[in-house]
Design a protein around this ligand. Structure first.
Ligand code: 13P
Length: 251
């Protein structure tokens, strides 16, 4: 059975005190059941603290929103996968559309980031998604297939099994425009098919594919009911403890 995951990408929000309060509020009211993995992606300065807060739970983890592709070196302001792992984190987001758009991260760099993360026993959550124009001109399957092929499909079977994929249509991020359950299922099934063609059905059936893009406490249930949607990567709604908990209880 595939892992069900609800992950909160806080992006560039919260101070240290807010971060502590949010995690504590979630931990006090969210079921600590292994059936659903809950992951916090705080800003980098709070990663060690959040990792400590979730230590000893059965189903909560922490992750970083980004890592550098190099092992270490003169990259002022950047964070290595080794540093992230040493904070007690278990996951790292790779290829979020905001990183692709504002920091011009390309598929080759993202491929190296995935390798670097895996090399430090971090599970990458590799984000893919099309722009609005690409959806409107019906190129969205090609866009997603290329993103998978260029940055993920070099991995061996055992390595790809340690990854998670997040489908985040760019037009749905922070816009309130959620993909319909039919649109989400169509793309998740396509991603599963691409995984099947590359790695075979047994591997494809084990890789979790999350949906992200204006997923909230109201629409999570119907999105998570789709057979190929294994959970969500949540932005805005993950900043409110009550909403994040409701989403985590939406399976
Ligand atoms: P929103 O949930 O705010 O649309 O953000 C989604 C996202 O980018 C998660 O990584």
């Amino acid at each position: 059975m595939r892992k069900k995951i609800v992950a909160g990408n806080w992006k560039m929000n919260k101070t240290q005190e807010d971060a502590k309060n949010l995690v504590e509020a979630v931990l006090s009211s969210c079921k600590d059941e292994a059936a659903v993995t809950k992951i916090f992606f705080p800003p980098m300065p709070f990663l060690g603290m959040v990792s400590s807060l979730v230590q000893g739970t059965s189903s909560f983890s922490a992750g970083a929103q980004n890592c550098h592709y190099a092992e270490s070196g003169a990259f002022t302001g950047e964070t290595s996968a080794a540093a992230i792992a040493s904070c007690g984190a278990s996951y790292v987001l790779v290829g979020h559309s905001e990183r692709r758009q504002y920091f011009l991260e390309n598929d080759e760099q993202l491929k190296q980031k995935i390798d670097r993360a895996l090399g430090h026993s971090l599970s990458p959550i590799y984000c893919v998604g099309e722009q609005l124009a690409e959806r409107n001109n019906h190129h969205y399957f090609t866009v997603i297939k290329n993103q998978l092929q260029n940055s993920l499909f070099h991995l061996s079977e055992s390595a790809v099994l340690r990854t998670v994929i997040a489908y985040e249509p760019v037009w749905a991020i922070g816009t309130g425009l959620t993909a319909t359950p039919d649109q989400a299922q169509e793309m998740h099934a396509f991603i599963r098919l691409a995984l099947t063609e590359k790695y075979g059905i047994a591997v494809a059936q084990k890789i979790s594919v999350l949906y992200g893009g204006s997923c909230n406490a109201k629409n999570a249930k119907e999105l998570f009911a789709c057979p190929d949607v294994d959970g969500g990567l949540i932005g805005g709604a993950s900043l409110i403890a009550e909403d994040f908990v409701k989403i985590a209880h939406s399976f």
